[in-house]
Ligand binder design. Structure first.
Ligand code: GRF
Length: 197
């Protein structure tokens, strides 16, 4: 069965990455994770990926003079592995229009808020401060605007009166681990249907 060759970009612990890799182990899943890349050499997710049998690579942005050079190398590596779809998961680098335009429709991100609310960082603390009664997570296409691309899927969770940013983050993260594999599955199925034509 055909499945979409997918890469995951991370910067940290990689719990979403792990959820994606585990989901793709189901034989009928329409995507497989062929590569995990981190811009941080110490990212905990790298070890997890290796333990799950996935090829890893490091592309340390600090060793590149410009964003453009970093992204050109990133793009070349994805190309070399014949990657068809990219999932960013806790990848803490903004991607330029140059990179994004090369991956239109094939570049997904997960964001811990109900977009378009709370783009950017510290979403849980900001949701609490704003007195929201519900919060959640969003998987979206990446475009040139930060956290601004077309929404693929969302899941909401209740905000409780005694929540801290940490308890709320944990509740949202649990849902991220279910939502991202579902969104990857749907996007991969759409890509497969397109290439059949
Ligand atoms: C997640 O909350 C994700 O939505 C955000 O950063 C966090 C990454 O966590 N962009 P992990 O590395 O997947 O554990």
């Amino acid at each position: 069965m055909k499945s979409v060759k997918t890469a995951i970009l991370i910067s940290g612990g990689g719990s979403n990455m792990e959820a994606l890799i585990r989901a793709t182990h189901i034989p009928s899943f329409p995507a497989h994770i062929a590569l995990v890349m981190s811009n941080r050499p110490q990212a905990g997710g790298l070890e997890k990926a290796r333990a799950l049998g996935v090829t890893t690579d490091i592309i340390d942005h600090k060793t590149f003079a410009t964003r453009e050079k970093f992204e050109r190398t990133l793009h070349a590596k994805l190309d070399k592995h014949r990657i068809e779809l990219v999932c960013t998961a806790g990848f803490m680098r903004l991607l330029s229009p140059w990179f994004v335009s090369r991956w239109t429709g094939r570049l997904l991100n997960i964001h811990p808020s109900l977009l378009p609310k709370f783009k950017g960082l510290n979403t849980h603390a900001r949701a609490l401060k704003a007195g929201e009664s519900e919060h959640g997570c969003t998987v979206h296409h990446v475009n040139e605007q930060m956290d601004g691309g077309e929404i693929i899927a969302q899941k909401s969770v209740p905000v409780r009166a005694d929540d801290t940013a940490e308890t709320l983050a944990a509740r949202v993260l649990k849902q991220e681990h279910l939502l991202y594999p579902r969104a990857l599955k749907n996007t991969a199925m759409q890509l497969l249907a397109l290439t059949k034509k």
